[in-house]
Design a binder for this molecule. Sequence first.
Ligand SMILES: *Cc1c(COP(=O)(O)O)cnc(C)c1O
Length: 391
Amino acid sequence: MNSVQPPSRLLLGPGPSMVNPRVYAALSRPLVGHLDPYFLTVLDEVQDGLRTIFGTRNAMTLPISGTGSAGMETCFANLVEDGDEVVIVAAGVFGGRMCDVAARLGARVERVDVEWGRVVGPAEVEAAIGRCRKVKLVAVVHAETSTGAWQPLHEISRIAHEADALFLVDCVTSLGGCPVDVDDLVIDAAYSGTQKCLSCPPGLAPVTMSERAMEAVRARKTKPRSWYLDLGLLGAYFGQQRLYHHTAPISMIYALAEAVAVVLDEGLEHRYVRHERNHHALMAGLACLGIYGAAQEGHRLWMLNSVTIPEGIDEAALRKRLLLDHGIEIGAGLGPLAGKVWRIGLMGESSRPANVRRLLLALESELRREGRAVPAGRAIEAADHVYSEKG
Ligand SMILES: *Cc1c(COP(=O)(O)O)cnc(C)c1O
């Protein structure tokens, strides 16, 4: 058996994103016990750092063991009981996954179906709430990685609270790449993942719950259906008591601590501006190659660019050549968008001008190879033009 020697890849897909060398170094540091005083200080720093990035003072802010989907499951498992009515905006794969998870946990799901790539209208959410007797929770995906569109949190938060419901937001792709502002937007529960804009390997799911959400958890008539994800039990380890629940994944917590430090060292504002700029530069360059944004205009994500594929291209073959000949991973379309779009991630460490240029160059040479008349160097020039504009 050989030791693991992965090829070098530029990760520009829907996650995982590139990992900073500081984070790789942290992963390889020696273990201490999960109740060791040193480890508990690392845990405190992670929880504090996550509060800053989420924009919250919520005491219940913690990294759940598991990927982003475990964060999703944690929120629903703790907030819904059998028969609770929940309104979920399903505007892509992850909104659809929320509906599945909530229904498995006993919720009665009132689903707001939105055409993929489009933004939900407030009236659609209001209508769904109107179909409920007493809505417990309204849930939406902030940045839908499958479609490349943002959903409007501010209005949905207001509508949810007017109905006296809790507001739950999937921030898996948005956290660390754009403002999430949990407290300002009055988000009651939010979850994320480490391998998108936090640029840490996959394996942890940051979760935050408002005091109001925790009151709902404490007022449950029945225990959460999941023992592993029970926030009441987890709170005894992640709060003051530091009681054993399950063994924390020490190395992943080290990695997240370092990833959070990298984010905060850069500064949140600077990081968000960087994501926005690289998105605009990429889109300007792609337009010169006949590739355009596919999500609703004015609502396109910075960190995940869902783009059209030039007519007549064997998209899977081209993606494979990008990967094997150029060492660049981009994502395919999912569901109704399969074969219709590519998904180009510029998340966290991946969102760099050098990576934008490298992808544009590779795409340009591949399209020429397909006999397309793409003018040499124009895409990079267009991207550089965006970089030269005053920020
Ligand atoms: C990636 C993603 C998830 C799921 O996260 P996993 O880490 O794959 O479990 C959920 N929601 C959104 C918006 C995502 O992009």
